[in-house]
Design a protein around this ligand. Structure first.
Ligand SMILES: C[S@@+](CC[C@H](N)C(=O)[O-])C[C@H]1O[C@@H](n2cnc3c(N)ncnc32)[C@H](O)[C@@H]1O
Length: 262
């Protein structure tokens, strides 16, 4: 896919929220408009990264996971997933997947892992591409006979009902060995008085970016058939916080959970 710099893209807008430098004017313009109406988006982005770090650390540390499949990787932001995992165990192997051609431009940062481990990048749109059709490429990095952590961090709210999110998730989980994990975070309007919904619908929507924030029940439904780790599906900052969580739920605005495939 070629790089369209005149149209805002979710990965680059997200980089802007995080204070990164890898966005174009069109991304900044739309992100600024959104931040004026929904300033909590910046907190969401930071807290979401923090959840990714805690979940990855827990899986590599407590659960001994050594393989990670991260879909919807985003533009690199340190520490990236492989850095978190490889700090726990240098032999961790990570395959990154995203559909934004800009992410590949920065893949260098994603591919600089430990010599003992492996990191690789695959460009794919999981709505339209069958990820497992890239199996030979995937097999260079991940041994599907062993557990893999499937990381869908802030991805599924870009998969609308029309895209068949449950079917997509089943397809992604199906080939993974027992003992694999699902790590998922997802925006919600559960704490919204309508302002965020209106702003996101108009600003993302007018640029053709479809979004589907979901209720807690709908997010929990993604974990059906899997064994949820404690504390279950909770507002992101409440998932095993490093210290006391001071943030009101409505300011984080997303749910998160980790579960094991039996
Ligand atoms: C909000 S960012 C999340 C980045 C990172 N996972 C994190 O949480 O910090 C969402 C990412 O998902 C990617 N994305 C959105 N829809 C996608 C799709 N259908 N297939 C692959 N990647 C997608 C975007 O390009 C973007 O990089």
């Amino acid at each position: 896919m070629s790089l369209d710099t005149g149209t805002p893209h979710s990965a680059r807008m997200y980089d802007y929220y995080l204070g990164g430098k890898d966005w174009f004017e069109a991304d900044k313009r739309t992100a600024e408009q959104l931040l004026q109406r929904v300033p909590e988006i910046r907190t969401f982005a930071r807290e979401n990264r923090a959840f990714m770090r805690r979940a990855t650390h827990a899986l590599a540390g407590e659960h001994g996971v050594r393989q990670f499949l991260d879909i919807g990787t985003g533009i690199p932001t340190e520490p990236n997933l492989h850095q978190v995992a490889q700090r726990v165990a240098p032999e961790c192997r990570v395959l990154y997947v995203d559909n934004d051609p800009l992410v590949i431009e920065f893949a260098d940062a994603l591919l600089r892992g430990t010599p003992e481990g492996r990191t690789a990048y695959l460009e794919a749109d999981v709505r339209h591409d069958d990820l497992w059709s890239h199996r030979p490429r995937i097999a260079e990095v991940l041994d599907l006979d062993k557990p893999v952590a499937l990381s869908l961090v802030a991805l599924m709210h870009f998969i609308t009902e029309e895209d068949g999110p449950h079917e997509l998730l089943s397809r992604l989980l199906e080939p993974l060995a027992p003992g694999s994990f699902l790590v998922l975070s997802h925006t919600t309007y559960d704490f919204d008085d309508g302002a965020a919904r209106d702003a996101v619908n108009s600003l993302y929507g007018e640029h053709g970016i479809n979004t589907a924030p979901r209720s807690r029940a709908a997010v929990a439904a993604f974990f059906e058939g899997l064994e949820l780790l404690d504390p279950g599906v909770v507002v992101g900052p409440r998932w095993r916080p490093d210290g006391p969580n001071q943030l009101p739920d409505e300011q984080a605005g997303f749910y998160a959970g980790v579960a094991r495939k039996g």
